[in-house]
Design a protein around this ligand. Structure first.
Ligand code: NDP
Ligand code: OXD
Length: 309
């Protein structure tokens, strides 16, 4: 009997199992390390696949990332023809929309400044601007970036997005490619990073990029820690080029005790919780992809190994 092997958090795995039992009883759903006969494993969902995946599972047909990112995969260790699918599911999208909307509203309405004022017992109103007067830019127009922009546009923000290829998103000014990055940054008072980690985006959030932002801009980093050059962030915060940073991802995770970012008055850190794959909706999407695969239809979230995402 062909099996679907799940190698990630086992508690969530049991929730996946319920959906599979209801909808795909012909598939033997197994949770790592209970792999059964490795030759039966046709499908694997993992955050980190086992290093010997290429030899261990000779009949593997599809590899799913249990998250939206695939930067944790070592592509070189995977069979070259094995299709890789990242997680595109409504639950993870909703979570990211909540997190980023909250972060942008906090920054827009000066909540970090008011917290600092409160700590000093200061009652001092700051100028209030409407959402329409606040320009927000999102790096990445993928499944998460576009959903976040839709929500921010709905709140009335003046929105822009940047991606590798050209996109059209209703109500959003879209920029594409390296040539248009500086124009996009020049109008981003609140910059949100929702890019995948690839060789092209590693270290992208650096001093040069910060210099292109309006003075006093704020950063919301929800992509991957290695995209941010921490020393450049600290310099930009200390000089006033950046006013605030909200970081959900860091490199390393967690930051070591005593790291300068932990106690920086203009930095807020959350422990990589901006969003998470939701087991029930994720299992539904994976089952739909299995059906698509068997029918020879395009897969949702198929990774392009050359692009790295
Ligand atoms: P997608 O693959 O759907 O979208 C990626 C977007 O980034 C695309 O618009 C793509 O452009 C753009 N992009 C990639 N490389 C470049 C580049 N070099 N220059 C310009 N644009 C580029 O990913 P998702 O939206 O699903 O997820 C994005 C990332 O969010 C994940 O990879 C992960 O790192 C992070 N994430 C973080 C979470 C957290 O809790 N902090 C939770 C989930 C995800 P194009 O459209 O042209 O291909
Ligand atoms: C993901 C994440 O990629 O949680 O899904 O970061």
């Amino acid at each position: 009997m062909p099996s679907f092997l799940y190698k990630s958090d086992p508690v969530r795995g049991r929730q996946w199992a319920e959906v599979f039992q209801r909808q795909a009883a012909a598939l033997d759903f197994r949770i790592w390390p209970d792999i059964g006969d490795p030759a039966d494993v046709h499908y694997l969902a993992a955050w980190e696949p086992p290093p010997d995946i290429a030899t261990r599972f000779p009949n593997l047909k599809l590899l799913f990332s249990s998250g939206a990112g695939v930067d944790q995969f070592n592509f070189a260790a995977l069979p070259p023809e094995l299709p890789i699918v990242r997680m595109v599911e409504p639950g993870i999208i909703r979570g990211m929309v909540e997190y980023v909307t909250h972060a942008v509203l906090e920054l827009h309405r000066d909540r970090p400044a008011y917290r600092r004022q409160q700590a000093e017992g200061l009652w001092r109103p700051l100028p209030v601007r409407t959402a329409g007067e606040r320009r927000v830019g999102v790096l990445g127009l993928g499944s998460l970036g576009q959903a976040v922009l839709q929500a921010l546009h709905g709140l009335g923000f003046d929105c822009a997005g940047w991606s590798r290829s050209r996109h059209t998103v209703p109500g959003v000014s879209c920029f594409a490619g390296a040539d248009e990055l500086s124009a996009f940054l020049a109008r981003s008072e609140i910059l949100v990073c929702l890019l995948p980690l690839t060789e092209a985006t590693r270290g992208l959030l650096d001093a040069t990029l910060f210099q292109h932002l309006p003075r006093g801009a704020a950063l919301v980093q929800v992509g991957r820690g290695a995209q941010l050059v921490i020393a450049d962030l600290l310099t930009a915060l200390d000089s006033g080029q950046l006013s605030e940073a909200m970081l959900d991802v860091t490199d390393p995770e967690p930051l070591p005790p005593g790291h300068a970012l932990w106690l920086h008055p203009r930095v807020q850190i959350t422990p990589h919780i901006a969003s998470m794959t939701q087991p029930h909706s994720a299992a539904e999407v994976v089952l739909d992809n299995l059906r698509r695969f068997e029918a020879g239809e395009p897969l949702i979230g198929l990774v392009d190994r050359m692009r790295g995402y």
